[in-house]
Design a protein around this ligand. Structure first.
Ligand SMILES: NC(=O)c1ccc[n+]([C@@H]2O[C@H](COP(=O)([O-])OP(=O)(O)OC[C@H]3O[C@@H](n4cnc5c(N)ncnc54)[C@H](OP(=O)(O)O)[C@@H]3O)[C@@H](O)[C@H]2O)c1
Length: 290
């Protein structure tokens, strides 16, 4: 039985689906089991658990053979990762833990809190003695769907400077995760998951525009202005500051490497951004959900 945390989210929901397609029995963690997606069949058991509540994690992880450890972005995310790892140790079964981290993990960049939280979780996992695998994806293509209104207004404004980023499709990350959870030979591996190319935000704006059927320009925001914009829009300050740090990494060109790991895991090339944008043209044009 495989436990999937973050099971209702962007990546986790696709992992649950992929595991079921392989006939795996899944226990899916979520805070409110009443909110379990209708598409989960009898092979998926929803279990109520909170990353902040060790007792709930003990109950959720009991009997697990493997755990997909994906925590949400949160000021306590490092502690949340530790809590799940500690609960996995307490099962006494030594389940394999596949840690969902972020690209850059191996470089351990200073002052990038989201990556730093995963580094801390990773160190805890290694020290736990549990068998482990790490998936370290770069930024998701899907993040741009949240900017569809700006795309329709003809402007992509992020503090990404002129750095190129090898963004990746979250669906490809989920496919790689299914392989890491069910395949052999991944123990002790850190798989960096990227798209097939590094694109500047100017190139991304162009490709979003091509899909949306209008010209879209890229405006490289100053970090302070970007932060003020996010705070003004009601973002949690910890998260907003973290986003500016992450874009700083992007602007410095430190997220541009293209890794072969995803294709090796899935057996097919990673989806391109142009393909993703074309598939989501209706959303980008404001015409529907898909
Ligand atoms: N977005 C990116 O570009 C990117 C790139 C690389 C790595 N990452 C990493 O990916 C992770 C986020 O993945 P995602 O975008 O798939 O997540 P997401 O869509 O934000 O979903 C978060 C999931 O976590 C669950 N959750 C939230 N708080 C919880 C809590 N206290 N206890 C138990 N479950 C909780 C949610 O479940 P319920 O709300 O249903 O309870 C949901 O299933 C982060 O670790 C981030 O650092 C993101």
């Amino acid at each position: 039985m495989i436990v999937v945390t973050g099971a209702t989210g962007t990546v986790g929901s696709k992992i649950v689906q992929g595991l079921r397609e392989r006939g795996e029995s899944v226990r899916a963690l979520l805070r409110d089991p009443a909110a379990a997606p209708a598409e989960w069949d009898a092979g998926v058991r929803p279990v109520a658990a909170d990353f902040a509540d060790p007792a709930s994690l003990d109950a959720a992880l009991a009997g697990a053979d493997a755990v997909y450890l994906l925590v949400a972005v949160h000021p306590e995310m490092a502690a949340h990762e530790r809590n799940v790892i500690d609960a996995a140790v307490r099962t006494g079964r030594g389940p394999r833990v596949v840690l969902h981290a972020a690209a850059g993990l191996e470089q351990r960049p200073e002052g990038v809190r989201f990556v730093g939280a995963h580094v801390s979780g990773f160190d805890h996992l290694v020290a736990s003695g549990l068998p482990w695998t790490v998936l370290a994806p770069n930024g998701f293509y899907q993040n741009f769907l949240g900017m569809a209104a700006a795309v329709r207004a003809g402007r992509l404004t992020v503090p990404g400077g002129t750095g190129a980023v090898s963004y990746v499709d979250a669906r490809d990350v989920a496919d790689a995760a299914v392989e890491a959870l069910t395949g052999e030979g991944h123990e002790g591996a850190i798989h960096t998951l990227t798209g097939p190319a590094a694109l500047t935000h100017g190139e991304i704006a162009e490709q979003l525009g091509a899909a949306a059927g209008r010209e879209v320009g890229y405006l490289a925001a100053e970090p302070a202005a970007a932060l003020a914009g996010m705070l003004g829009a009601g973002w949690d300050p910890w998260r907003a500051e973290g986003m500016v740090e992450l874009y700083g990494l992007y602007a410095a060109g430190l997220a541009s490497a293209v890794a072969p790991d995803l294709a090796k895991l899935t057996g097919r090339p990673a989806r391109s951004f142009a393909e993703f944008a074309a598939e989501h043209a209706a959303v980008l044009r404001g015409e529907g959900s898909g």
